[in-house]
Design a protein around this ligand. Structure first.
Ligand SMILES: C[S@@+](CC[C@H](N)C(=O)[O-])C[C@H]1O[C@@H](n2cnc3c(N)ncnc32)[C@H](O)[C@@H]1O
Length: 320
């Protein structure tokens, strides 16, 4: 699918709430990618010791199954430096002491938030969206109409929402042709910071790239005034999406079972094989018979134990 450069002019506009309001603040201090103000001084250059790194890597693994290899030490140090500053801590050892203390429980979420890789974009791995609209949705539509129920999707590990709204656009387009087909999306991630952005549905205009130029006008508002340079996903798409925190390894998933489609893409690469096996088993359980699981192109299930049928590269079906 090609992603042409999109025109700005025909979009409806929106201007409130202003940038700088609560919704835009970064809970970990500052905006992603924006350096701290010059007046802020980073904590002392105390090194992240091997012992502190092992402690942090184990903690991250225990809570998220994200496996931090030994080559990640300087990345972790870099990502945590700002956090130390925000907490008024001098060294990484102090940070470990905080994490071990009773007050440290909530801090684990902030740690994982900082460590996780959130890269994503609109219509990433576009062949999945083509397959969905051309082959999978027509089949699911019959089921939905016969069962008089909406189609249920789960975007697990959705990061900042570009994947969610790409899916929502494909579904909305399908419903234009088949108005009897209704749908809902559960969107989840382990990162509160990403969930906040997903909920907002506001994106840098340069990063909004959709395969059909008319979809831009149909599904986005163009920011004006303080919002110049941003697009916001329209309410009619956003209200179809429920955004919530889900750790893929938490005991019980707060999403419905009997799902028609799960997107769980580009997250398994961070997990080891036993964790991947556990995850695939649990996701399979969450699908309806005949339901479809999408994983990332680089995440084939080869070598994992599963009872799914391959229907395309990185696309699997739970047998009927
Ligand atoms: C690279 S992004 C992938 C986003 C999107 N699925 C895509 O393919 O573009 C990986 C996401 O997985 C999330 N993640 C990592 N470990 C997780 C876990 N244990 N449970 C839920 N989400 C997790 C991260 O916070 C991050 O947002």
């Amino acid at each position: 699918m090609m992603a042409p450069r999109l025109p700005l002019t025909p979009l409806s506009v929106w201007s409130l709430p202003p940038i700088g309001g609560h919704a835009w603040s970064h809970p970990l201090g500052g905006f992603p990618g924006v350096p701290p103000p010059a007046a802020m001084v980073l904590p002392s250059e105390a090194p992240l010791t091997a012992q502190a790194y092992d402690f942090l890597a184990n903690l991250v693994y225990e809570h998220s199954r994200i496996r931090l290899g030994p080559d990640r030490q300087s990345l972790v140090a870099g990502r945590l430096r700002q956090r130390l500053l925000a907490l008024g801590l001098e060294t990484y050892d102090d940070y470990c002491i905080l994490l071990k203390s009773p007050q440290g429980t909530d801090e684990v979420d902030a740690l994982i938030d900082l460590i996780s890789t959130n890269h994503t974009h609109f219509f990433r791995e576009p062949s999945h969206f083509d397959l969905l609209s051309q082959q999978i949705l027509p089949r699911l539509a019959e089921k939905s109409i016969a069962g008089m129920r909406p189609l249920r999707f789960w975007c697990a590990a959705c990061s900042s929402g570009e994947e969610v709204y790409s899916l929502a656009i494909v579904l909305a387009e399908f419903s234009r042709l088949r108005p009897a087909v209704h749908w809902q999306i559960e969107a989840s991630d382990i990162s509160q910071r990403m969930l906040e952005r997903c909920q907002q549905g506001i994106y840098d205009a340069d990063k909004v790239s959709v395969p059909q130029p008319e979809w831009l006008e149909r599904y986005f508002l163009r920011g004006i005034g303080e919002r110049e340079g941003y697009y916001r996903v329209k309410n009619e798409l956003r209200r179809q999406v429920t955004v919530r925190y889900v750790n893929l390894f938490q005991d019980v998933y707060p999403v419905p079972r009997g799902l028609d489609v799960i997107f769980c893409r580009n997250v398994m690469i961070y997990f080891d094989v036993p964790s991947r096996n556990t995850l695939i088993e649990r996701l399979t359980d969450q699908l309806a018979p005949g339901g479809i699981l999408f994983v990332g192109h680089s995440e084939s299930l080869i070598g994992l134990h599963h009872g799914l049928r391959t229907i395309a590269p990185s696309v699997y079906m739970r047998p009927e």
